[in-house]
Design a protein around this ligand. Sequence first.
Ligand SMILES: [Zn+2]
Ligand SMILES: [Zn+2]
Length: 177
Amino acid sequence: MFLDVKELAVRKLRIHKFYPPGTIDYHTEEFQQTEPLEVRATAELVDGEIRLRGELHTRIELVCARCLDPVTEEISREFDLFYRPMDSIRTEEDAKLDTDESEVAFFEGAGFFLADALAEQVNLAIPMKAICRSDCRGLCPQCGANLNHEECHCQTHAADPRLAQLARVKQTWCKKQ
Ligand SMILES: [Zn+2]
Ligand SMILES: [Zn+2]
């Protein structure tokens, strides 16, 4: 869907759309959209700027920062964005582009694709570090074993007191057999 500044000058646009996985280019390999992205928004022209306001919802898959297993994250985000035509920079002094205006984005030509704006919003909503579960034990730094799934025999990883206790229980149990 293309948001055309000339069309928006005629009428405000109400949007309710679903983007299946693979239809939005996120320009990154770090995560994948796993469910249709739903967007409800309005687009309108306000003082020569395109105002895009609404919310999006989807699910993405990325890798656990500790163990590299896949992690699914729910992404919900509200947005209220202003897009200014690129031509307006040349007519106004550049000095006006101070820090207050950092929230304003620009578009070139007749408008921009809604999918591009959504891709940016999803990228902003991605957690810096995803962890598969709060007690994820990660990978053994020595042999690379995923310590959630298997025990390795390296000595390097810090001993967990709970595990030491478990090991003792296991030992006693083995002796009884
Ligand atoms: Zn993990
Ligand atoms: Zn190991």
